[in-house]
Design a protein around this ligand. Structure first.
Ligand SMILES: [Mn+2]
Length: 344
């Protein structure tokens, strides 16, 4: 089993025991990684790429559990595939089943399913875990269950007796912290800030995973992305500095014509005591298929804003229970309905 030409540097094949050989040798055949674009997914992918080595091309592709039906599976033939941080779509398991069937029909082989979400769901889809270098795990083990794909992979490598270098270990620990929204680690901070100013741009994720697989520091391209995000954070400070306190725990800010990261902006306002936050700014209106200046109502409380707003007679432009967009001309009526619920 001395097929470790593409294995990690410093790991001489003769020094490896049989288990380690099998895990690494199987993993090293991977030529396609399909990963979820979270910090956990990106950094665990970087660790996978580092362990595979640079002996052959590895395609990296990012998706989400509920968008695997958009992947162009037919473009992959005879590939060795590792899935990272990808759960079975629990709202539509058939979507995941179809995705796996299409992979197999095209002669592709799964070599690893590095995922912490549900081993049981994966078993129902895959039938067995035979041949996998890394098997998915579940959250049913309680406090002891691995809470991230980074941790699933780290434990698996340890169990297989694979010695990983400090860089790999740091990637996996940062992946794990990232899954708990802790982006204060060296790698977590780079990835989190690197994607934020263009959250839908998966090409950034591919570059980040490839680069951090081999390098500790950001390159100039990643540094530019981080600078864009830092400019957004400055915008947030300026926007928050002129916030209006409307009473009853309701605050209002104006973000029109400013680049913002809406979830970070709203979270900052919640943390400073806003029970309901109103952000005036541009957002996409699905019915009009374009962006429009509107009022976004958000809350971190256990309030169903969508229901409250509908009962107040306002038709939302979009959103969900804890964040709802309404037209500016409906803002006063929306505010009255929300205020009545907060004051009750
Ligand atoms: Mn995860």
């Amino acid at each position: 089993m001395n097929q470790l030409g593409a294995g990690p540097r410093g790991a001489a094949p003769e020094d490896l025991n049989m288990t380690q050989n099998q895990t690494l040798a199987t993993l090293a055949t991977t030529d396609l990684v399909i990963s979820v674009g979270s910090v956990d997914g990106i950094l665990t992918t970087a660790a996978v790429l580092r362990l595979i080595g640079q002996g052959h091309e590895v395609e990296v592709c990012f998706t989400q559990a509920f968008t695997v039906n958009k992947l162009l599976v037919g473009s992959w033939q005879g590939r060795q595939v590792a899935l990272v941080d990808l759960a079975v779509n629990n709202r539509d398991p058939e979507m995941t089943r179809t995705f796996v069937e299409q992979l197999r029909e095209n002669g592709n082989t799964l070599v690893a399913v590095i995922d912490e979400h549900s081993r049981e769901d994966w078993l129902a889809i895959l039938g067995s875990f035979d041949g996998l270098a890394v098997e998915p795990q579940s959250q049913q083990g309680g406090d002891d269950a691995p809470k991230s794909s980074g941790e699933v992979f780290r434990r698996d490598l340890t169990a297989a007796g694979v010695e990983v270098d400090d860089h790999t270990l740091e990637l996996l620990k940062a992946a794990d912290a990232g899954d708990r929204m802790d982006f204060s680690t060296h790698f977590g901070a780079i990835v989190n800030r690197g994607v934020k100013s263009a959250i839908a741009d998966d090409s950034r994720r591919v570059h980040l995973a490839r680069h951090l697989a081999q390098n500790r520091e950001a390159d100039s391209e990643i540094q530019d992305w981080i600078s864009e995000y830092e400019a957004i954070l400055v915008n947030h400070q300026e926007i928050i500095a002129s916030k209006q306190d409307l009473g009853d725990g309701i605050v209002r800010v104006v973000a029109t014509d400013r680049a913002v990261d809406m979830s970070t902006l709203m979270n900052t306002l919640y943390r400073s005591g806003g029970r309901v936050v109103i952000v005036e700014g541009e957002a996409f209106v699905p019915a009009k298929k374009r962006k429009e200046v509107l009022a976004a109502f958000g809350t971190a409380d256990n309030l169903d804003l969508m229901t409250t707003i509908r009962e107040g007679g306002v038709t939302p432009l979009g959103g969900f229970a804890q964040k709802v967009n309404v037209a500016l001309e409906d803002e006063a009526a929306t505010l009255a309905a929300v205020r009545a619920v907060l004051a009750a």
